[in-house]
Design a protein around this ligand. Structure first.
Ligand code: ADP
Ligand code: MG
Ligand code: MG
Length: 898
């Protein structure tokens, strides 16, 4: 078994197809080497070894790797003409993590590995650059100390222990930037750093390069199970057993002086999707300096630089002096970089996010990957690549992550409100969107308010969870490629970064802009598309969905074979659903119609009635209201099918449980409080979910079904008289036995006949049932003899199949997910193995006795992409989901069919 794969100019074992084994970074480093792009040579330890490490432990794994790693290091030495562990001519290494899918900043990297008190002198002499050598050495101790030796801040208010030492020295020396340190300063830092390590860990900083290397490799494996990585996996659904690869690579140095630099670039705009090469860089810097936001990064392109200066309110003179673009100061290297970005985008046929370093006038590419992007950029880039001929229609459609379309459906600021809004500061439009919320200063406090805006100097990977909870992110430092910006775009979260005018005090929990102080809890608003920061709240409106979004939808229609309907209870929802392309209503719940103020009274009267006569009288009152609802609903759907579900919830949900409201009701109905109380008590159930609900109501109180059937048929006939077509489908809920269904069907048919006679007109309609009690799936052959359609109510079906009460599951589900007892929340993602069997069985058995049986699903799952795919494979005719998920389900349905 091969555990180690080399890459570089001499020998490359892997390629981009091997992401599972080599991780994304390793596979792409190999691929770039093969393409002849200058990549520092190195090797990748496979993801399988990470799993071996978890099973066998440190020593056994080092034993397994020893020989291969030694040989691979030799390869690097040959290529670079240096030697690992040598004091005169040392090879320095970077040790980088890299999982199958990129998890930016989630795991750890160590640079400049191999330095110690002796080799730092050799490096200085060889490069004739003493400052550079000591700068690299102090960075190494800092990174190794933090990543491998666990030198992290002890509490959230504490600073990083190394940064604290740096700040202290800066103060003492009255300087602002790292670049201003003298050689002596850097030597002092090294000394103090090592001292701090000794004090905190009780051990000397390791001097032997091989000890350093194994320590770093093991630390990368360990980082796979760090809190950050775990959380990232959780929110992105990445399995824990994938593991991370380790990439060990020769160092190239962006910190060798003014002819060196390091940067990050994108082949297209990751926020808008515009086809514009862009990125940021820093001269004389290394590694994460650009992303960490310690210094203000410069723009790579001339155009980008001019736009940036405008936003940052910097005039042309200052821009040219302090922040020139790479295109301006190193035109040849810029041209070379431009060439590689073109090559890589064509090669991967997708937008690339690249990292590069310039060492003393030579360009090296350190990473490429398909770039993280916003939902809007995803749609635009997909359609542009199609138009440019890089992708065909199917490929373009497959590039869409259905769930990310959600972002495009979120509200944007109302232009009218924007005009009145008070702008307090201007930053970089790091991730588009509109966010209004209350200020918090710490990521772990983002849940303090329902709508929080996380305000930070800069963010770090530790802040991930809080960033995910917050409505928006605002940072004082950092550019368009800062951690905050990249992560926010990936999450589709609004972010404004690099707002220099902000003064933040974590201790006082205040934000000061232009002398005005804002406190924790104060409201602010962010426009992630312009970089504006506003005081207070700004109103929002629904965005328009045109352009590339509409094109994606049209493309989906071309390929999808399964229908997408919506769950909608009101005419307003129905209209939204239709505008998103729903081809029918798969579930209209009627109960919510009863909850409105004027109706609940009639409803309660019906429930409290002690005789059939009394109940019928109350239902008489409800009839015209229901009929009107249905008329509006059918009209909104313009001849598309509408599945109306008969009353489902237990009656006790409609009666008041508080004394005051019970008194009111008693007065209203002219009955005694005692009568109300006893009826409420009578309706009380131990287990309402399994209680008196669904068709059990209709079968005990047939007059309810009768009224609802009448309202539906009358509504349709009234519209027919006006020339409007409607296609009602009446759905009986919670059926478990055939007779339960047959009884209800009889009432509905008889009622329809009566109404037809009264109207002297007729109408086509369907009657069917929900399949949500497991027994119904088992008895599908029998039920389908009578029912014209099935709709799998996968919420209840999941609840009853697992025996998990949906209302109580929050007590144990989170633990189950945490411990991996369940792979996903079965109420979100359809349990294909278990509940899915019932869906398959119900569909197949039903069609055996009724070949025309129409089958749909109408649980939450109808809008969840993997569940949609399952429905397609099962041969279901339609999925039905909430209106805002209709576009997502359409793309998922098209992808399933491709
Ligand atoms: P991440 O996965 O968090 O992006 P990386 O492994 O890409 O971490 O490393 C972080 C940074 O370290 C890179 O962006 C790059 O600037 C720097 N780096 C990594 N390897 C090298 C190397 N061989 N030479 C110079 N710099 C490197
Ligand atoms: Mg990287
Ligand atoms: Mg149900």
């Amino acid at each position: 078994k091969n555990r180690v794969y080399s890459f570089g100019d001499k020998k490359t074992d892997g390629n981009s197809e091997m992401k599972n084994l080599l991780g994304g970074k390793g596979a792409n480093l190999a691929e770039m080497s093969k393409l002849g792009i200058p990549v520092p040579p190195g090797f990748t330890i496979t993801t399988e070894v990470c799993t071996e490490y978890n099973d066998l432990g440190r020593d056994a794994v080092i034993g397994l790797l020893q020989e291969d790693v030694a040989k691979s290091v030799e390869n690097i030495e040959k290529s670079m003409g240096t030697s690992f562990g040598d004091n005169e001519n040392p090879l320095l290494l970077s040790v980088r993590s890299g999982a199958r899918v990129s998890m930016p900043g989630m795991m750890d990297t160590v640079l400049n590995l191999g330095l110690n008190d002796d080799s730092v002198l050799g490096l200085a002499k060889k490069t004739d650059n003493e400052r550079f050598a000591w700068d690299s050495y102090r960075r190494f101790i800092q990174m190794y100390g933090s990543v491998v030796l666990g030198m992290k801040p002890e509490t959230k208010e504490d600073e990083d222990p190394f940064e604290e030492i740096i700040d202290h020295l800066k103060e003492k020396r009255h300087i602002q930037h790292d670049t201003q340190f003298t050689i002596q300063d850097l030597q002092d830092l090294v000394y103090d750093f090592k001292d701090a390590v000794k004090k905190r860990t009780g051990h000397d900083f390791p001097t032997d390069p091989w000890d350093q290397l194994w320590g770093a490799i093991i630390a990368v494996f360990n980082s796979w199970n760090g809190d950050r990585a775990k959380y990232y996996r959780k929110i992105n659904g990445i399995p824990a057993d994938w593991g991370t690869a380790v990439n060990v690579q020769a160092m190239v140095f962006g910190n060798m002086g003014d002819s060196s630099a390091t940067g990050v670039c994108f082949t297209r705009d990751a926020a808008t999707g515009a086809n514009e090469f862009n990125g940021e860089y820093l001269v004389n810097a290394q590694g994460e300096d650009v992303v960490a936001g310690v210094r203000t990064p410069q723009q790579i392109t001339h155009l980008g630089s001019i736009r940036w200066a405008q936003l940052a309110q910097i005039d042309e003179e200052e821009r040219l002096k302090d922040y020139p673009s790479l295109e301006e100061i190193m035109p040849e290297l810029y041209a070379e970089l431009f060439g590689y970005q073109e090559l890589l985008e064509k090669h991967y046929r997708d937008m690339q996010d690249m990292e590069f370093t310039i060492q003393d006038g030579k360009l090296w590419i350190l990473q490429t990957r398909n770039g993280k992007r916003t939902g809007a950029a995803m749609v635009k880039i997909g359609m542009d690549l199609l138009k440019e001929g890089l992708l065909d229609e199917k490929e373009a459609l497959m590039k869409i992550e259905p769930n990310k379309l959600d972002e495009l459906l979120h509200p944007v600021f109302d232009p009218k409100a924007l005009k009145r809004a008070h702008v307090i500061a201007q930053g970089l439009p790091a991730s588009p969107g509109a966010a209004t919320g209350q200020i918090v200063f710490f990521a772990d406090e983002a849940n303090k308010f329902k709508n929080a805006i996380l305000v930070r100097m800069e963010t770090s990977p530790e802040d991930l969870e809080g960033m995910n909870l917050a409505k928006g992110i605002l940072t004082a430092r950092g550019g368009m490629t800062s951690h905050a910006a990249v992560v926010a775009r990936g999450m589709g979260k609004c972010c404004v970064s690099g707002v220099g005018a902000l003064k933040i005090s974590y201790k006082k929990r205040t934000l000061t802009v232009d002398g005005k102080v804002y406190h924790e809890g104060d409201w602010i608003s962010l426009n992630g598309s312009t970089g504006n920061v506003f005081e207070g709240k700004v109103a929002t409106i629904q965005p328009e969905l045109a352009g590339e979004f509409a094109e994606i939808m049209a493309l989906s229609d071309k390929f999808m074979t399964m229908e997408v309907r919506a769950n909608a209870d009101t005419p307003k929802d129905a209209k939204v659903a239709r505008s998103f392309g729903a081809t029918g209503i798969g579930l209209a719940r009627t109960e919510h119609m009863f909850f409105e103020m004027d109706r609940i009274k009639a409803m309660r009267e019906m429930i409290l009635a002690s005789t059939v006569k009394g109940r019928k009288a109350a239902l008489e009152e409800l009839l015209p209201m229901q009929r009107k609802d249905f008329e509006e609903m059918f009209e909104a759907m313009q001849g598309l099918p509408v599945t109306v579900r008969l009353l489902d919830p237990p009656l006790h949900e409609f009666v008041p449980h508080q004394l005051a409201t019970q008194k009111e009701l008693a007065e209203d109905l002219h009955i005694s409080l005692e009568a109300v109380k006893s009826k409420v008590a009578e309706l009380e159930e131990f287990n309402p979910m399994l209680g008196h609900r669904g068709c059990r109501l209709g079968n005990t109180y047939p007059e309810i079904t009768e009224m609802q059937a009448r309202a539906i048929i009358e509504a349709a006939l009234n519209l027919k008289a006006k020339g409007i077509v409607s296609k009602p489908e009446i759905m009986v809920p919670l059926v478990g036995t055939v007779s339960e269904y047959v009884e209800q069907e009889k009432i509905i048919r008889e009622t329809a006949e009566t109404v037809f006679k009264e109207y002297e007109d007729t109408l086509e309609f369907k009657i069917g049932t929900m399949i949500e009690v497991p027994r119904a799936a088992l008895m599908a052959e029998e039920i389908a003899k009578r029912a014209e359609f099935f709709s799998f109510g996968t919420n209840d079906l999941t609840q009853m199949t697992f025996g998990y009460s949906r209302d109580d599951a929050s007590k144990f589900l989170p633990v189950y997910l945490e411990k991996g007892i369940l792979p996903a929340d079965p109420f979100e993602v359809l349990d294909q193995n278990g509940v899915g069997q019932l869906v398959k069985m119900g569909t197949n058995r039903g069609r055996e006795t009724n070949s025309k049986l129409k089958v749909g699903i109408c649980g939450e799952h109808g809008g969840e992409p993997t569940s949609v795919e399952f429905c397609y494979k099962t041969g279901i005719n339609y999925v039905s989901c909430s209106p805002f998920r209709v576009p997502i389900a359409r793309v998922a349905a098209a992808q399933a069919a491709i």
